[in-house]
Design a protein around this ligand. Structure first.
Ligand code: NAD
Length: 506
C-alpha cells in the first residue's frame, strides 16, 4: 500500500528517468499533479499562461512551414524513434499512468503498448499516404488527388487515456506533415510531460525540429485558447459530450476542422445461443475494467429474457469477488475512481435507479483500501425498461441490465440511446450476428461479435456516431482527417478542353 509520499517519490523518479524539465514543477500552482490513489496533490505543475499558449501555437505554426516540406518517409523516422524511446521507457511511462489515472499495472502497460503500436502504424503510413488517379473525360488530360499536410493540430485529451490518445493523434499527424499543440487533461499533466519529453528527445536524435510538438498545460481555459486560435487547422478533442458540444461549434464558427471523440453508452446484446462463460468473462472486463472509466466501458446489457436470471447471477458473483485495491499490486483488477466527484456522480446515478423502477443487484458501495482515494465496487443494476439515467453516460462502473423478448426489440433497445461509440453481441447464431452487423443493426462506430465493447486494436479506425462526435482516429484511413486534399487536372493535350463539353472559343 502506497502513501502519498511514496507516490511523490515514484513520480519524481519516473520523471527524472525520462529527463523531464525540472522547471515545470513548482511548489505553488493552480495546476497540481495529483493521484487518485491517495486522492491528494503530489506537487505543483507550472500552468501555461494565455500568452505562453499563444506563443506555443506560433512556434508550432512556424515549425509547420519546414515540417510540411520534409518528405513523409523522413518524417516517419521521427515517429520511429519516438516508438523506440517509448518502448525503452514503457515501465516508467506506465508508472505515471498508474499514478495519475489509477490504472492497474497490466492496463497501464497495455496503454503504453498501444502507443508503440500506433507509432509502428504511423511509420508504415509515412510511405503510404496514397492519392487516387481517376480517368479524365477529356482527351490528353489526367485527373488525380494529392494529399497535403494540414497545419497545426490541436490535441485536447481526456484523463482516462492519458498517453494513448495523444499518440493516436500525434504519431499520425506528424507523419502527415502536421505539427502538434497538446493540451492534456489537467488531471494527467505528468503523463503529458513524460511523453512530451520523449518526443523532443526523439526529434533531437533524428535531427527533426523540436518545435513540431508543443505542450500547453492547464484546464479548459487553456484548451479554449487552442480551440479559438485560427492558426490551429484541426482540433482533435477527446472527452465528454459536454466538452464536444462546446468545442465543435466554436471551431466551426472560425471554419476550422474538428475531430470529436466523445462519450459512449456502450451495450452488449446477449442472445440465448451465446457461450455464456465467454460472454460473462468479457462483460465483466468491459464493465468493471479500468473501474468503468473507459469511453468504451460497457454500460448496458441487453439480454434475452430466457437467460437473464442466470446471467445476472453470474455477473453479480464476479462483481462481488473482484479484487479492488492498489493498482500497483499484481492481483488487483479494479483501481480507484479518478476523484471523489466521480464517486458522488456514481452515487447520484444509483440514487436515480428507483425512478425507473430498477434495483441495485450488487455493488455501488465504497471500498476502504486505506489509501485515501475513492474506490468502489462495480454496481450491477436491473431495470424493467431502458429510460432515464440509463440513457446518459455515468463515468463510473455501473452496468444496467434490461431484457428483451425478440431480436428486433434487442436491436431497437441497442440503438435507442444518444451515444454511438462501441458495442458487442454474444451469439452463435449467424443470422443474428449478421443482422447486428448490417445496416439495420448496431449504429455504433465499433461493433463486435463475441467480443466486449472495450479494448480496440489500433489498426482499425476508432470513434463513434451520434453524440460520440463522428470522429475517427488511429488506423485504417483515419489519417485523411489530418491532411487536406487537392484534386488536380493536368492537361497535356496542347489544346483548351473544357469539361462537360462546354465550348467557349472566342
Ligand atoms: P472532459 O470533457 O472533462 O475533459 C476532456 C478534455 O477537454 C480535458 O483536457 C479538458 O481540460 C478539456 N476541456 C473541457 N472543456 C473544454 C472546453 N470548453 N474547451 C476546451 N477544452 C475543454 O473529459 P474527462 O473527464 O477528462 O474524460 C472522460 C470523458 O471522455 C468521458 O465522457 C469519456 O467517454 C470520454 N472519452 C472519449 C473517448 C473517445 O475516444 N470517444 C476517449 C476517452 C475518453
Amino acid at each position: 500500500m502506497k502513501t502519498n509520499d511514496d507516490l511523490i517519490d515514484l513520480a519524481r523518479e519516473a520523471l527524472g528517468k525520462l529527463g523531464a524539465d525540472e522547471e515545470l514543477f513548482v511548489p505553488d500552482s493552480a495546476l497540481g499533479a495529483r493521484s487518485p490513489l491517495s486522492g491528494q496533490q503530489l506537487f505543483g505543475v507550472r500552468q501555461t499562461t494565455p500568452d505562453e499558449a499563444g506563443e506555443a501555437i506560433g512556434r508550432a505554426r512556424d515549425a509547420f512551414t519546414q515540417w510540411r516540406l520534409t518528405p513523409a518517409p523522413v518524417r516517419g523516422k521521427l515517429v520511429k524513434r519516438l516508438g523506440e524511446l517509448i518502448s525503452e521507457n514503457a515501465e516508467t511511462l506506465a508508472t505515471l499512468v498508474t499514478i495519475e489515472a489509477g490504472k492497474i499495472r497490466s492496463e497501464a502497460l497495455g496503454e503504453v503498448q498501444e502507443m508503440i503500436d500506433v507509432c509502428d502504424l504511423a511509420v508504415g503510413l509515412s510511405r503510404q499516404l496514397y492519392g487516387k488517379t481517376m480517368p479524365s473525360e477529356r482527351p490528353g488530360h489526367r485527373l488525380q488527388e494529392t494529399w497535403h499536410p494540414l497545419g497545426v493540430v490541436g490535441v485536447i485529451s481526456a484523463f482516462n487515456f492519458p498517453v494513448a490518445v495523444w499518440s493516436w493523434n500525434t504519431a499520425v499527424a506528424l507523419v502527415c506533415g502536421d505539427t502538434v499543440v497538446w493540451k492534456p487533461s489537467e488531471l494527467t499533466s505528468l503523463c503529458a510531460i513524460g511523453c512530451h519529453t520523449l518526443l523532443r528527445r526523439a526529434a533531437r536524435d533524428v535531427g527533426a525540429p523540436e518545435d513540431v510538438h508543443q505542450l500547453v498545460l492547464g484546464a479548459r481555459e487553456v484548451g479554449e485558447i487552442v480551440v479559438d486560435d485560427p492558426r490551429v487547422a484541426l482540433v482533435s478533442a477527446t472527452g465528454s459530450t459536454r466538452m464536444g458540444r462546446e468545442v465543435g461549434p466554436r471551431v466551426a464558427a472560425r471554419f476550422g476542422r474538428s475531430l470529436l471523440e466523445l462519450g459512449g453508452n456502450n451495450a452488449v446484446i446477449m442472445t440465448p445461443s451465446a457461450d455464456k462463460d465467454q460472454a460473462v468473462n468479457s462483460i465483466v472486463f468491459a464493465a468493471a475494467g479500468t473501474a468503468g472509466q473507459r469511453c468504451t466501458s460497457m454500460r448496458r446489457l441487453i439480454v434475452h429474457e430466457s437467460i437473464a436470471d442466470e446471467v445476472v447471477a453470474k455477473i453479480a458473483a464476479a462483481f462481488h469477488t473482484l479484487p479492488i485495491g492498489d493498482p500497483f499490486e499484481s492481483g488487483t483488477l479494479v483501481g480507484p475512481l479518478v476523484h471523489e466527484d466521480a464517486f458522488e456522480t456514481m452515487q447520484k446515478a444509483l440514487g436515480r435507479v428507483g425512478e425507473i423502477g430498477g434495483e441495485v443487484v450488487t455493488g455501488g458501495e465504497r471500498v476502504d483500501t486505506g489509501m485515501g482515494g475513492a474506490w468502489v465496487r462495480p454496481a450491477l443494476v436491473r431495470v424493467p425498461k431502458q429510460e432515464g439515467i440509463m440513457l446518459t453516460e455515468t463515468f463510473a462502473p455501473i452496468l444496467y441490465v434490461v431484457t428483451y423478448a425478440d431480436f428486433d426489440e434487442a436491436l431497437a433497445l441497442h440503438n435507442a440511446v444518444p451515444q454511438g461509440l462501441s458495442s458487442g453481441i454474444f451469439t452463435t447464431d449467424q443470422t443474428e450476428a449478421e443482422r447486428y452487423l448490417s445496416a439495420e443493426g448496431a449504429d455504433t462506430g465499433i461493433a463486435n461479435v463475441n467480443a466486449g465493447t472495450s479494448g480496440a486494436e489500433i489498426g482499425g479506425a476508432f470513434g463513434g456516431e451520434k453524440e460520440t462526435g463522428g470522429g475517427r482516429e488511429s488506423g485504417s484511413d483515419a489519417w485523411r482527417s489530418y491532411m487536406r486534399r487537392a484534386t488536380n487536372t493536368i492537361n497535356y493535350s496542347g489544346r483548351v478542353e473544357l469539361a462537360q463539353g462546354v465550348n467557349f472559343s472566342a
